[in-house]
Design a protein around this ligand. Structure first.
Ligand SMILES: C[S@@+](CC[C@H](N)C(=O)[O-])C[C@H]1O[C@@H](n2cnc3c(N)ncnc32)[C@H](O)[C@@H]1O
Length: 263
């Protein structure tokens, strides 16, 4: 994948919210994240619970003790917030962060330096080509799955990369299915997310965020998707705060007796 430059932070198109904006995928999404990289950590810092919730999902992987001798994969690691959550929870684990946005990854590499952390620039659809090989003991996908073109294909890849019995945590904006939670999401986007994203010059990405959440699986649908992908012990776990009914961790495991080796 070619390296792309971080943008100047200038909005590259009209910043008025337009309900008809298409969802961003592939190179368009990578380009939008490249542009948003410089303001991303500032904006997430304003989101109460963002980092604590990532650490909660890291703990929900259920890896014992400090993670010594374990290999963990952070898919869609972005600027490294989810990687940092894994490193704080499992300080002795070997952690590989993968992201398709050069701009986001540049931030991650600059902010999170440790011999136990490796960052790989690749789309999750092309991990083998990028030299990312299993088995991993656990995979965290934080705010990723909603953004990919084919979530089922990504889940199949994750299952194959996990060791038998290995754990997956999908940390995601995935609505409960209750009208009240959808209304809170819509209100938060209208009052905070879209204005802040537009001021930062990244209106296109944050309009994508709003719409990608309402159009993605509900939490029960995501649980069923993991089951269809062959994960077992699948559970939906809630988050506290304003994210109640809006952000969940959906955890599951590769069956212990799964056929086929990790690739
Ligand atoms: C919302 S950010 C989340 C970053 C980080 N996990 C966190 O919790 O802060 C989503 C990240 O997923 C990456 N991403 C989206 N689709 C991807 C794909 N198909 N392959 C690799 N990375 C992808 C984006 O570039 C972006 O950095």
């Amino acid at each position: 994948m070619t390296q792309s430059n971080e943008s100047s932070g200038q909005e590259r198109e009209g910043s008025r919210p337009t309900p008809g904006d298409p969802l961003l995928r592939g190179a368009d999404l990578a380009d939008a994240f490249d542009g948003a990289a410089r303001s991303y950590d500032r904006l997430t810092a304003l989101n109460p619970g963002y980092h604590a919730h990532l650490r909660r999902s890291a703990r929900r992987l259920g890896i014992p003790a400090d993670g010594a001798g374990r290999r963990i994969l952070d898919l869609g690691c972005g600027t490294g917030a989810s990687t940092a959550a894994l490193a704080a929870t499992l300080p002795a684990a070997e952690i590989t962060g993968v992201d398709m946005s050069a701009g986001m990854l540049r931030r991650a590499r600059a902010a999170h330096r440790s011999p136990r952390l490796t960052f790989v620039h690749a789309p999750v659809e092309r991990l083998a080509e990028a030299g990312v090989r299993g088995p991993f003991d656990a995979v965290l996908a934080a705010y990723l799955l909603r953004n990919v073109t084919d979530p089922d294909a990504v889940l199949a890849t994750v299952r194959a990369l996990l060791a038998p019995g290995g754990r997956l945590a999908v940390h995601e904006y995935t609505l409960s299915g209750r009208a009240a939670h959808r209304a809170v999401w819509t209100a938060v986007c209208k009052a905070i997310v879209l204005p802040a994203g537009t001021v930062a010059g990244d209106g296109r990405l944050y309009r994508h965020l709003r719409r990608s959440v309402t159009e993605f699986d509900t939490a029960p649908d995501l649980r069923d998707r993991l089951r269809r992908a062959g994960f077992v012990h699948v559970r939906v776990l809630p988050m506290p705060g304003w994210q109640t009914g809006i952000v969940h961790t959906v955890v599951g495991s590769r069956p212990v007796a799964d056929a086929g080796g990790a690739r």
